[in-house]
Design a protein around this ligand. Structure first.
Ligand SMILES: [Zn+2]
Length: 305
């Protein structure tokens, strides 16, 4: 009798720890299935979103819908390219609307992040374990599958080093914004140009005072400039609507994709529940921007054991 009740106790503990994942993209897609999609199925999914953007379909944010076709077309185009540079960087960048504001996006990581950021809203019972972390993991799996080229040119050397997701309430709906850093061996000139463009966008948005141009608050040995971080696009998107956002309750996390993605070419991805060790606190540059958006820094720090 006693043994049975202990076993039941463990079962309920496991259920609380590993809750079933909520469906993503307006309740239309099972994340567990989507983790296994090859490149073609991911592209098919983007086509489905394009075909059904309304509230009964994938519920793409109304103001952003006009950019959907061009974003998906650009991803199709990038995926067909045969070199890493051409399959990651759009030339020229694409003008894309986020809600009401135009932004220029130039990498496949930004384009996929934009789709995640405008498609559907978060379920009311979403939390880090059943929705936000798995959705961030799915974002990583999607860009990994879309940028895998050959065994000679493995994706690992072009993977972003960091991904950031922020979620926030706007007009009673909870939305996410997600994007990544730019990294990659052999792609430095493109990465540096993109960082400068993002830095200028931060200044233009007034999030970053212009005195901070080409400056950093991050101490050596890795003093990256403003515009480098994964937080940049999510924070820029949210800044463009910040008057409509309940900033004090916004939350977010940054994670290191290499700690969750397979390390071999085309190796299947196995979802594992959130382990806080994959999360990273905001750097000094991002810690400076967080309160400027009205966000609370404690909502962006990884929990400690
Ligand atoms: Zn940062």
């Amino acid at each position: 009798m006693e043994q049975v009740s202990i076993a039941q106790g463990f079962d309920s503990l496991a259920a609380a720890r590993d809750p079933p994942l909520l469906k993503a993209f307006n309740g239309k897609e099972d994340m567990v299935a989507a983790f296994k999609w090859p490149k073609e199925k991911i592209l098919d999914f983007f086509d489905r979103v394009t075909a059904q953007p309304g509230p009964r379909g994938y519920d793409v944010e109304a103001g952003s819908q006009k950019s959907l076709d061009a974003v998906v077309l650009s991803i199709h185009k990038l995926v067909k390219e045969t070199t890493s540079q051409k399959s990651i960087f759009l030339d020229p960048p694409l003008s894309v609307t986020y809600q009401k504001t135009e932004f220029k996006l130039e990498t496949i990581f930004e384009l996929v992040g934009w789709i995640f950021s405008v498609t559907g809203t978060s379920p009311s019972n979403a939390n880090r374990n059943n929705y936000y972390y798995p959705l961030a993991a799915l974002y990583c799996v999607f860009w990994r599958r879309l940028t895998e080229k050959t065994t000679i040119d493995p994706p690992l050397k072009h993977d972003p080093n960091m991904v950031q997701m922020t979620w926030f309430t706007q007009g009673g709906k909870t939305r996410i914004c997600i994007s990544s850093t730019l990294d990659g061996i052999g792609l430095k000139p493109f990465k540096d140009a993109a960082q400068l463009r993002r830095q200028d966008d931060l200044i233009k948005s007034t999030l970053l005072p212009k005195e901070y141009k080409n400056k950093t608050l991050v101490e050596t040995p890795n003093p990256q400039m403003f515009g480098h971080c994964a937080e940049t696009a999510p924070f820029l998107f949210i800044q463009s609507i910040v008057k409509e956002v309940t900033a004090s309750t916004a939350e977010g996390f940054a994670l290191k994709p290499k700690l969750i993605l397979p390390d071999k070419y085309k190796e299947p991805y196995d979802y594992a529940r959130l382990d806080y060790r994959v999360l990273r606190p905001p750097c000094e540059n991002c810690s400076y921007l967080v309160p400027r958006l009205g966000f609370k820094l404690k909502n962006f720090d990884p929990p400690t054991y």
